[in-house]
Design a protein around this ligand. Structure first.
Ligand SMILES: [Mn+2]
Length: 333
């Protein structure tokens, strides 16, 4: 099994780093605050973060929550300056030895849910979404955008960013739109179907242009997950994976524990193995469990401990099945 078990830590502290190490995680997915005043991921803070994680015996391999790119997504004046900042951040990532950035092209609004207090198994709080509640929503302050405009904006962005990523040796891992529907609040979303990723990768070809395979988003699209993993993974285009389960489809779904949603998680894990996926994989959106604080839907610590344990179990099971010898797979663990 070549893939690397990873985790977002919020907060990232000595204590949470130890916890991650204790449960067998190898890679940490970092984030760094940016603002209008500080729009670049600077080299020194990146190095300090990388070193803090390394000192805990772990490897910071991915950054999520890219530097500001709202103007680029919306195609507004000022986007060139913003794209310059993004490019500077990429060069800094490369210098700091952080090789993957997970970004998305959802303009105006990020991932959205209509509830973060739905009750899942045993009363665990999960997030959920119902398109009917926002179907007739009016546009927000971001106005309206049609799909071809967003495509143009993506092409413009990639034309400038991809050569810098190639130069810096940083993989651009595009995350799908969540939920994969268009438009929402008047703004078109384009990364809502498998074909959209093919189009993007063809439009801006390059070995540093790939995807974050967010299993939840692809499940919302209604695609067969192992098939989709093969579709992108066989071409080496999965740079990063979000392991997630849910019940329903793009129009109405709720998040679940990893072991109980609609997706066959063993088949998914097996597919990553079959395509020789060797990047980081992390649990995504977990239920908020008894004793968890209720201020970070999808990212509570106990929910993630449970998810990581489940993922490790699946990884061992896949190893055992594919080696044809259960005992051999467990050697050296
Ligand atoms: Mn995701």
């Amino acid at each position: 099994m070549k893939m690397r078990l990873s985790l977002v830590l919020n907060p990232l502290t000595d204590s949470t780093l130890r916890l991650a190490k204790q449960i067998g995680v190898t890679d940490i997915v970092g984030g760094m605050h940016t603002s209008e005043k500080e729009p670049v991921w600077e080299l020194l803070p990146l190095l300090r973060l990388k070193n803090e994680v390394a000192d805990a015996g772990l490897d910071l391999t991915v950054m999520e929550g890219a530097p500001p790119m709202e103007k680029a997504k919306l195609g507004l004046p000022g986007r060139d300056e913003e794209i310059d900042h993004f490019c500077q951040s990429l060069s800094n990532l490369g210098q700091a030895g952080i090789r993957i950035v997970c970004y998305n092209f959802m303009a105006g609004l990020g991932w959205l849910r209509t509830s973060s207090s739905t009750r899942g198994r045993g009363g665990a709080r999960v997030t959920s979404f119902e398109y009917d509640s926002i179907r007739h929503a009016r546009p927000t302050k971001f106005g309206t955008l049609i799909e071809e405009q967003v495509w143009e904006n993506y092409a413009y962005f990639m034309e400038k960013v991809l050569p810098v990523a190639e130069e810096a040796g940083v993989n651009l891992a595009l995350h799908p739109d969540d939920p994969p529907l268009s438009p929402v609040f008047g703004i078109a979303r384009i990364f809502t179907r498998m074909e959209a990723f093919d189009r993007a990768l063809e439009m801006a070809p390059g070995k540093r242009h790939g995807i974050t395979f967010c299993q939840g988003c692809f499940a919302e699209m209604g695609v067969e997950i192992p098939k989709a993993i093969h579709h992108f993974g066989d071409k080496g285009k999965i740079f990063f994976a979000h392991f997630r389960n849910l019940r329903g489809d793009a129009y109405k779904f709720e998040e679940t524990f990893h072991d109980e949603g609609d997706t066959d998680m063993f088949a998914a894990m097996r597919a990553y193995h079959e395509v020789a996926f060797d990047g980081p994989i992390r649990p995504d959106h977990v239920p908020e469990m008894e004793g968890d604080p209720d201020d970070r839907p999808g990212y509570t610590i106990q929910g993630r401990l449970y998810a990581v344990g489940y993922m490790k179990g699946l990884m061992d099971a896949v190893d055992a099945v594919t080696c044809g010898n259960g005992a051999a797979a467990f050697k050296g663990r």
